[in-house]
Design a protein. Structure first.
Length: 173
């Protein structure tokens, strides 16, 4: 199956956080809270996917108030944090949304992402992924995690599904 054939079926994009939505660094403030840095272009990409009825969810091993806040701002449909076994949550989410594996794209960068990536119809890694992820990914972005990789995938999905004009209609007069 070609990359284009895989992408045309996508109805849900699931994202990891650290290394995908962020560059993977964890910063602690003086109060013990974590600070996450998100790329604004990635955020708009998530919003654009929602406008063309592609749902976005997050599954992360870590926990962060910043992730909860950012996901709410972007209208991410479901956020699962503190998840050691991502595959169980993946199965639960697919049942809830009545989707099949080939309708799901998963974007990850590390070993905890591999079980879901092996099931997803379109598995995506980032250049800063571990080699094991790169070895199973259908696609590796040109942008690093936390630096526009999610936007790159959003644009790719929207364009490949022939929905770019629909997105652009809001921005052109």
């Amino acid at each position: 199956m070609t990359i284009e054939e895989r992408i045309r079926k996508i109805r849900l994009l699931i994202l990891d956080v650290d290394g995908v939505l962020t560059d993977g660094r964890i910063i602690y403030d003086n109060f013990g809270d974590t600070v996450k840095i998100f790329d604004v272009r990635d955020g708009l990409g998530i919003v654009l996917l929602g406008r063309v009825n592609i749902k976005v969810a997050i599954i992360s091993v870590g926990r962060s108030k910043a992730v909860t806040r950012r996901a709410k701002e972007l209208r991410v449909i479901k956020v699962y944090q503190g998840v050691p076994d991502k595959l169980k949550v993946y199965d639960k989410l697919l049942r809830k949304l009545r989707l099949k594996d080939d309708e799901v794209s998963y974007m990850g960068d590390d070993l905890t992402d591999i079980p879901v990536m092996k099931r997803a119809g379109f598995a995506i890694g980032v250049p800063n992924s571990v080699d094991e992820v790169k070895g199973i990914a259908h696609y590796i972005t040109s942008h690093n995690g936390g630096r526009g990789a999610v936007r790159e995938i959003a644009d790719l999905i929207i364009r490949t599904q022939g929905k770019w004009d629909e997105v652009m209609a809001k921005y052109t007069v």
